[in-house]
Design a protein around this ligand. Sequence first.
Ligand SMILES: C[S@@+](CC[C@H](N)C(=O)[O-])C[C@H]1O[C@@H](n2cnc3c(N)ncnc32)[C@H](O)[C@@H]1O
Length: 248
Amino acid sequence: MPQPQASPELGTIAFSPGGEEWIEFGPPDARRRIGFHDYAELYAVPGLYERVFYGELGMCSATEVVGLLAETLEAEEVDPAGLRVLDFGAGNGAGGEELRRIGVRSVVGLDLEPAAAAAARRDRPGVYDDYLVEDLGTATPEELQALAARGFNCLVAIAALGFGHVPAAVLERTLALVPSGSLIAFPIADVLLPDRADADARATGYPELLEGLLDGRLARSVAERPYRHRVTTTGEDHLALAVVARTA
Ligand SMILES: C[S@@+](CC[C@H](N)C(=O)[O-])C[C@H]1O[C@@H](n2cnc3c(N)ncnc32)[C@H](O)[C@@H]1O
């Protein structure tokens, strides 16, 4: 994936010892610390998000999930040019860029973070037809209806689901934006899979929602592939499942 122009000021990247609490970067005389998941701060510095997550931690979800989507389209003889994709939790556009690369012609980004929209315009101009800054958790029925009227037939959410990300109830709401038979593509952490989840994982609501997304009640899985989403800052594998499903 081409990297946006990184500032020469990024210096070496250091992480909080133990848990994923902060990231430190910058030249020796001007080191800065920001929260590990403080996306507004991360996106504000050109190239920092890519350097930390894609570079240092080997994150590869955009290529894995969009790659699985491309294989599914090919197997089903569906032209990617016919997809109208909502890239949910789009960040600064890594997923959008991959979607364009496989031949998708219509991609709208959505993120609740205004800094994400600004960074996507800065880092990947032209990737999104439109970029919406909205919280679908608090969107009114009229706002949701207006979004649905945009005619999306594919929902993609890359590295945006799970612990500390989009709540399961918000993802469930978002499913209503696409008609029956639409494709959805996302990665999900192994620990949230219905057959692996512990009590903390169950409390997120994801394992239960996933059951419905895989077994046909809300959607039926058409392709799945286990992969390593990234490593943690302490070097453990952060395993995930890439999923492509069709909505019921
Ligand atoms: C790890 S980033 C992933 C960004 C991008 N999809 C990628 O693959 O590089 C997660 C993104 O999800 C967004 N996000 C978290 N909760 C959200 C919500 N409820 N609605 C929309 N976006 C959300 C964050 O602001 C952040 O930009």
